[in-house]
Design a protein. Structure first.
Length: 217
């Protein structure tokens, strides 16, 4: 039994195993993006254009997209590619164990809101959360094997996703990688591409090129 435990910890503690988990995550998210794109192609919003509800959804969507980009960059300042080497517990990682994923979920919701639909907003956020929830369980096995009791204490203090602001703590300086921060901003900014893309889809629908199979709130 003890030998099996050691072997399991060795597998979870390998960088190649974690990289494989991250690779699968990216492919699943890409697949979900294709499904969401098809859904937007064949559906339309029930809200009156330029009405209060439609304008409110758009404002919230842009706000969530901006929070996604800024939040991901903020997290990268602290994590800076050190996730495998050390247990980062300061800044955003002092109030949530996975703040980078939290901001990515906000970005997914913002993309859904760009379609002016509450239903699509909720579905994209829930789908993204479901993928990250599965990935996080696998990452936790890696981190538990790597950091042991220190990670267990961290889990007991800090929530998995939803932030607990009362346990906030910070450091005076961090060793940041400018290239990684810029890469994070670039990747997050890709969420904004949903806005002109959906505007183009709306135009094609208005001129009768695309059919409307569903009308969603």
């Amino acid at each position: 039994m003890e030998n099996q435990k050691i072997e399991r910890q060795g597998a979870y503690g390998s960088n190649s195993w974690l990289q494989d988990v991250q690779r699968r995550r990216k492919w699943v998210l890409r697949g979900l993006s294709v499904v969401a794109f098809i859904g937007v192609l064949v559906s339309d919003s029930m809200w009156q254009p330029n009405g209060l509800v439609q304008e409110t959804i758009e404002f919230l969507g842009v706000s969530m997209l901006a929070l996604c980009v800024l939040g991901r960059a903020w997290c990268t300042l602290y994590i800076g590619g050190r996730k495998k080497a050390e247990l980062v517990q300061d800044g955003p990682y002092s109030i949530s164990r996975n703040p980078l994923y939290v901001f990515s979920i906000m970005g997914a919701a913002g993309v859904g809101a760009a379609a002016d639909s509450i239903v699509i907003t909720v579905l994209t956020a829930v789908a993204c959360y479901a993928v990250f929830a599965v990935v996080v369980l696998q990452e936790e096995a890696f981190l538990s094997a790597r950091f042991g009791r220190a990670y267990e204490a961290y889990c007991a203090r800090v929530p998995r996703f939803w932030p607990r602001f009362s346990v906030w703590r910070n450091v005076k300086t961090v060793d940041a990688s400018p290239n990684l921060v810029l890469a994070s901003v670039r990747d997050g900014a890709l969420f904004f591409l949903a806005i002109p893309l959906i505007m183009g889809i709306d135009y094609l629908r208005d001129i009768g090129v695309l059919p409307t199979l569903f009308v969603l709130p």
